[in-house]
Design a protein around this ligand. Structure first.
Ligand SMILES: Nc1ncnc2c1ncn2[C@@H]1O[C@H](COP(=O)(O)OP(=O)(O)OP(=O)(O)O)[C@@H](O)[C@H]1O
Ligand SMILES: [Mg+2]
Length: 312
């Protein structure tokens, strides 16, 4: 029997005046997936998350979370979701434990259950020693951890994380990934947004790439890269990239090139560049040198092509 998707988005549109921030978005996320929504600044990630988490209304289309329509049944949809917003919003003047307690009270958790659950989550997030500390004294990484613990408090079945590691150093980012993985191991479906390529590759089972409000690719990182070309020949001087389906083909091409070239595995940045001619990391506005696909039937791939796999 096929499982119902936890998140289902159908032809979702969000307009702000003449700007279309989310443009006919269709996707579904299955139970137990870690799904990544990857795109540059302004792509429409937060707008989508705000609609899915009932904080904003769509202009058109529909979204269901845990089988509940986010517009028609917002309370039911919300009861099964945990949300970690893009900007830090812990209460700075409450202690770490008080932040959790306050959230539990909003979710009408009984005080006896709440006490045990807070201890459990302080332990889970590595904050046991910091429970009595004022939240404003925590580092950025620890505040993020507190936000994740808070979002898990009421046992949600789906966790939304909007850019959970933005601004964190590499080490702290990795610790946050670990916490996200462990949340997933508890059985929670994860929907996260990011503009970090390596985050999407390291964490996500499937990735949707969003660019100027439109979903331009949707698949596993492995398939997205294979579709673009698994191996890249790059010229360090011109930045020009050529894509190949095998090392042998790449090496044969490289041997005929003048000047220095580098052969490397492709990554999701390459996928994004192939589809848009721009970088994710440059806010999506930085044009890059030509890239071309060699020796593959995919070489005619258009910029708006959406490569989709079936529902998970
Ligand atoms: N309330 C609003 N009113 C008008 N325009 C908005 C509003 N919210 C978002 N936008 C615009 O919608 C587009 C998408 O914004 P959104 O915040 O969803 O992008 P994002 O992918 O989350 O970007 P970032 O990586 O910077 O967080 C942007 O052009 C933004 O300026
Ligand atoms: Mg955002």
């Amino acid at each position: 029997m096929e499982m119902k998707p936890v998140i289902e988005v159908q032809d979702l549109i969000k307009r702000f005046g003449s700007l279309t921030a989310v443009d006919h978005l269709n996707l579904s996320v299955g139970s137990g997936e870690i799904f990544g929504f990857l795109g540059p600044n302004g792509a429409g990630k937060t707008t989508t998350v705000r609609i899915l988490t009932t904080l904003a209304k769509p202009s058109a289309g529909r979204a269901l979370v845990s089988c509940h329509d986010v517009v028609k049944e917002p309370l039911r949809a919300k009861s099964g979701m945990g949300v970690v917003p893009q900007h830090i919003n812990v209460d700075p003047d409450l202690t770490v434990a008080e932040n959790l307690r306050f959230h539990g009270m909003l979710h009408k958790m009984s005080s006896s259950k709440l006490k045990a659950r807070i201890d459990e989550l302080l332990e889970f997030s590595g904050l046991s020693e910091r429970g009595r500390e004022l939240s404003k004294n925590l580092s950025g990484g620890l505040k993020r951890r507190l936000m994740i613990a808070r979002a898990l408090l009421h046992h949600p079945n789906v966790l939304f994380l909007d850019e959970p590691t933005v601004g964190l150093d590499a080490h702290t980012r990795r610790r946050t990934w670990e916490l996200i993985r462990r949340s997933h191991e508890l059985g929670v479906t994860i929907f996260l947004t990011t503009h970090y390529i390596e985050e999407a590759e390291a964490l996500c089972h499937r990735v949707g790439i969003i660019h100027e409000g439109s979903l331009i690719a949707l698949d596993t990182p492995h398939k997205l890269k294979a579709h673009t070309g698994k191996v890249v020949v790059e010229s360090p001087t011109t930045g020009k990239t050529s894509f190949f389906s095998s090392r042998e083909a790449a090496a044969a091409f490289a041997s005929h090139q003048h000047g220095e070239v580098m052969i490397r595995d492709s990554n999701l940045e390459d996928v994004f560049i192939r589809l848009t001619g721009q970088r994710v990391s440059g806010g999506g506005k930085t044009k890059v040198a030509n890239s071309s696909m060699h020796g593959s039937k995919h070489s005619q791939q258009g910029a708006k092509h959406t490569h989709k796999s079936g529902a998970h």
